[in-house]
Design a protein around this ligand. Structure first.
Ligand SMILES: [Zn+2]
Length: 227
């Protein structure tokens, strides 16, 4: 059988393909680069997987809306399993041996609200505060990506923000290596760095989100007061 993903990809206009190939996020270079030695996979939609043309790091790019005919699409959409490394930054003096990471596997069809709950559970925190996902924390009004619970509950937040309850993980991340910051509790400002590490094909049937690796001990969300 022909590679369906590759066929779909080749069906795009040449200049569109060129533009997409030269605009792939590299988590190592921390900028958009050209993807090389790539192949196409069908993970709900077409996903290109390859390497950064500058540094050789693994990169991938989701080609939004490029999927097989509707009937198949309905069955396949967002069936990919997303693998994330979530780093909790406890303090300014971050060192390698103080790494606090949870590797999380979650279907791309889940909402950001659901994802946040899984993250908070993974660190044994209580899911008791507002939160948002951002591509950067400084100068939030100029974020390229901002998703906030405030939008869903009708409170004022960052003007350009979208909600978290109707936004799926698969719609949020453009490719492997992309990092967003989840800010939890706008008072205590817990910062979780959320890095998309891989997108894998989902098995048949529902797959529940899971913590698949755990490094470092999570701090107490509410440490006892020192008087
Ligand atoms: Zn690179």
């Amino acid at each position: 059988m022909l590679n369906e993903a590759l066929e779909l990809w080749r069906g795009l206009p040449a200049d569109t393909r060129r533009m997409l190939l030269s605009n792939v996020w590299c988590g190592e270079c921390r900028k958009a680069v050209t993807i090389v030695d790539y192949h196409a996979e069908l993970i709900g939609v077409v996903v290109l997987k390859g390497f950064c043309g500058a540094c050789g790091h693994k990169v991938a790019r989701v080609i939004d809306d490029l999927a097989p005919a509707p009937k198949k699409k309905a069955r396949m959409t967002a069936s990919g399993l997303y693998i994330f490394d979530v780093w909790l930054y406890g303090d300014e003096h971050y060192t390698e041996d103080k790494k606090i990471i949870r590797r999380i596997r979650i279907p791309g069809s889940k909402s950001l609200y659901n994802f946040a709950k899984v993250i908070i559970d993974a660190f044994d925190f209580k899911f008791d505060h507002c939160f948002g996902f951002y591509d950067k924390l400084r100068d939030r009004r100029n974020c390229r990506k901002a998703f906030e619970l405030f939008v869903d509950i009708g409170e004022e937040g960052t003007p350009q923000a979208k909600g978290v309850k109707k936004t799926r993980i698969a719609q949020t991340f453009d490719g492997v290596g992309e990092k967003l910051i989840m800010l939890f509790d706008y008072g205590d400002r817990w910062q979780f760095n959320v890095v998309l590490k891989d997108i894998r094909k989902g098995d048949k049937g529902a797959i529940k989100p899971a913590v698949i690796e755990s490094i470092g001990k999570a701090p107490l969300q509410y440490p006892p007061r020192e008087d």
